[in-house]
Design a protein around this ligand. Structure first.
Ligand SMILES: *Cc1c(COP(=O)(O)O)cnc(C)c1O
Length: 423
């Protein structure tokens, strides 16, 4: 069971705020490193294991560097993510390129970097050969169709998802790639998102290990790695159970020993591609209460908005909120906590019991370390916030400055209006 406690105190927050005004996303280096070590330990039984952090979750070079120091690679899906990976010093087999609907330049860039290329479709075999070339190792993404069930209910609907290939297409892709010179293969699948159960990876690995044995027997292809992709969730809500990565790693090992080892495939490397599990709990959005409003409901308006954290508006997601300095005060007020977008879904919390909030209070919105800042946008002319790292030694470091109006208007720099903006 998870107790929701911020990783900063009011005093620590005030110190940072005197340097970087709110709103900003704050990341906890100590927590990130400790979690990465738990992940690597959980899969340490597999000698080729590697976590490829999903860059889209938190595309910040300072955070990618921390993960690199902990032995992680990166999973990229676009040209700019590949550029970022390259700038952080990731090369070759430290990069997975899991894209779909892939543009020519993106495929060429991934090939030039020597990344593991994960093909989303059978037609991409010829596409890859035509625009780039045929690598010695190629991964193919699998979609089993139907529904994905963990025994206690449907988790997701692969049959409705645009990703991946059928088993027959996987076999055909391998056969055609072998004829063109590919020597070794990977298998990849992402079948459910934000799973809060230790069963997801083990069940998925059972499916993929059996598929690997069938594909090997059918085509003769040598399977080099199996990438379990992302989807391991975190406990966003208080009292929710948290995934136990050690139990998850042991569950995957059991399937490995039951299925792959007897098939003579005990040398297969296990990869993961987690975003949320790696960073979500180790980031938070720090924001200041600007206004209170009393109409038919009680509102607290803060200086952050959905442009800084889209998940509540987009998915109705729960993000826990702590009012700094009032951690132990009774939650005897019911508030909607809102941003300033001209959209009524711009609410970080609806009907949330919280302590009495006063103007100027600093609120911590929890678990924004993944799919937080990165989903930001500029609607209503709102600017993206800064990102700050709380370093292991307790100091803080600006790792992305806040946007300015000059950033917002930069794409008009060719036009006569740009001058008149007086930037
Ligand atoms: C988004 C994504 C991930 C990471 O997903 P999480 O839910 O953050 O673990 C991994 N792989 C691929 C291909 C993705 O699209």
């Amino acid at each position: 069971m998870v107790e929701k406690k911020p990783f900063i105190t009011q005093a620590e927050a005030q110190k940072i705020i005197s340097d970087v005004p709110t709103p900003f996303h704050l990341y906890d280096e100590k927590g990130i490193r400790a979690n990465a070590r738990r992940v690597n330990a959980a899969f340490g039984w597999n000698t080729g294991y590697k976590e490829y952090f999903a860059v889209k979750a938190t595309p910040n070079p300072y955070l990618l560097k921390i993960l690199k120091e902990e032995g992680c690679g990166v999973d990229c899906s676009s040209y700019t993510e590949l550029m970022l990976a390259e700038a952080c010093g990731f090369t070759g087999e430290e990069i997975m390129f899991s894209s779909n609907d892939t543009p020519v330049e993106d495929m060429q860039k991934a090939f030039a970097l020597g990344a593991y290329i994960n093909l989303d479709d059978l037609t991409h075999v010829d596409f890859l050969e035509r625009v780039a070339g045929i690598p010695a190792v190629v991964c193919c993404r699998y979609n089993p169709g139907g529904t994905f069930d963990l025994g206690n209910g449907i988790m997701d609907n692969p049959g409705d998802s645009k990703y991946g290939m059928t088993e027959d297409q996987m076999a055909e892709a391998y056969t055609r790639l072998m004829a063109k010179g590919t020597k070794e293969f990977g298998i990849h699948a992402f079948l459910a998102s934000n799973t809060v159960t230790d069963a997801y990876y083990p069940v998925l690995s059972g499916i993929l290990f059996e598929l690997a044995v069938r594909l090997h027997q059918r085509t003769g292809a040598k399977i080099k790695f199996i990438n379990l992709s992302g989807g391991v969730g975190v406990a966003y809500k208080p009292g929710q159970r948290a995934n136990d990565i050690a139990v998850i790693g042991a569950g995957v090992r059991k399937k490995f020993e039951e299925i792959l080892v007897p098939a003579g495939m005990g040398d297969v490397e296990i990869f993961t591609e987690m975003g949320r599990f790696m960073l979500a709990p180790y980031g938070c959005l720090v924001t200041t209460a600007l206004h209170e409003k009393h109409i038919y409901k009680e509102y607290i308006g803060v200086d952050a908005c959905a442009a800084n954290l889209m998940r509540p508006a987009m998915y109705g997601s729960y993000h826990h909120i702590t009012v700094l300095g009032k951690e132990n005060a009774p939650c005897d007020h019911i508030y909607d906590v809102t941003g300033g977008l001209c959209e009524n879904n711009d609410k970080f919390a609806i009907d949330r019991p919280l302590p009495k909030i006063d103007k100027g209070d600093v609120l911590v919105i929890h678990d924004t370390g993944a799919h937080g800042f990165s989903m930001g946008y500029n609607y209503n002319g709102k600017l993206r916030s800064a990102e700050v790292l709380l370093c292991e030694d307790g100091e803080h470091q600006l790792i992305r400055r806040a946007e300015t109006p000059a950033d917002y208007f930069a794409t008009f720099d060719f036009s006569p209006y740009y001058k008149k903006l007086g930037l």
